[in-house]
Design a protein around this ligand. Sequence first.
Ligand SMILES: [Mg+2]
Length: 433
Amino acid sequence: MVRALSEVAKERGIKNFMVSYTDLFGGMRAKLVPAPAIDKMTKDGAGFAGFATWLDMTPAMPDLFAMPDPDSLIQLPWKKEVAWLSSDLVMEGQLVAQGPRNLLKRLIRQAADLGYEMRAGVECEFFLLTADGKSVADGADNQTKSCYDQQALMRRYEVIAEISDSMIELGWSPYQSDHEDANGQFEMNWEYDEALKTADRHAFFKFMAKSIAEKHGMRATFMPKPFLNLTGSGCHSHVSLWRLGENVFNDTKGELGVSDVGYRFLAGLIEHADAICALTNPTVNSYKRLSAPRTTSGATWAPNSITYTGNNRTHMIRIPDGGRFEFRLADGAANPYLLQAAILAAGLEGIKSNRSPGERCDFDMYAEPHKANGAKCLPQNLLDAIRLFESSPFLREGLGEDFVNSYAKLKHQEWQSYTRHLTDWERENTLDC
Ligand SMILES: [Mg+2]
């Protein structure tokens, strides 16, 4: 029998549980539930007004219930009297079609029906900024090539070590942290796992990094491109598919150590990358990272077209070694659940349709983009991405009509809100027309 969470609370000294869910825009929403009330809440769910968050609901709709998943429990390392629980969304006894975690679980079941389990690892890049969010917190962090800067890394030791120690305590097996390519930018890596577990941890990691940075008087941001001249924050995802405990992407005789099924999965991502961009790169700001001009460090490290390669970081998909590949499209704004759902949906479609990814591009895509003649481009802005997303028959089938309609509707509203701004650029370029 599964142990009651109230018992877990007594044993671990937990006074409050955060019953949390992630809305369509990646916002984390929660209610604090005192330990004596958690067992009833686990059975009945915590009630929310869905319209008050980004879920495409109306104020007239009945209660939205967040049903906490006891398996997702994480005790906050920096505040041990609180434990976080990720939740599934239910309304009137039905799973909500546009609930991000619900969608990922649906895709995971579809993969299981084919005998597969996807495992994923995410590389979360983020900036540590001043508390007001206006500039890089470390004024001395101003090297042109600041990647792996030892001195800048150690000036932020207290924050990075506290996050890393927290991950060790939680059993995530972190294995490295570094200063990334942009001034003020860091990345921390922990072991890959089954896709739902990685998505829960990814969501929690963002919360943890922000909370620990706040404790130290700073602000952590996963914004894709907070500074135009600096490299943006990606969220590279490493993908493999497993069956009965074996990695089915592994094939020592396959090209670069990847099996036929691995290439078919990869081909699904090549085929649908532009359509899933609205999920992997979900904000107006996301498109200032993609296809961007060269940064002061010398490279953007972001893809500009839909191509794949071997161990070469200038393409959208990199195969660093056998048995997996790295999908480099997504950015820090991606909803952790929708990111994995999008990858899984596209990959499974590639397998089912027996797709081929075409020729591998073994050249420097930044220096010689003309060599990728015929490769599809990525959307140039959020509006292009939303239009490709909502007009994709594959996504309507794979993610469901209700999910696609709700997501596209909210994203169109976001785009319209953005275009209503009068920018300095317009005045500079149009005043004398
Ligand atoms: Mg990186």
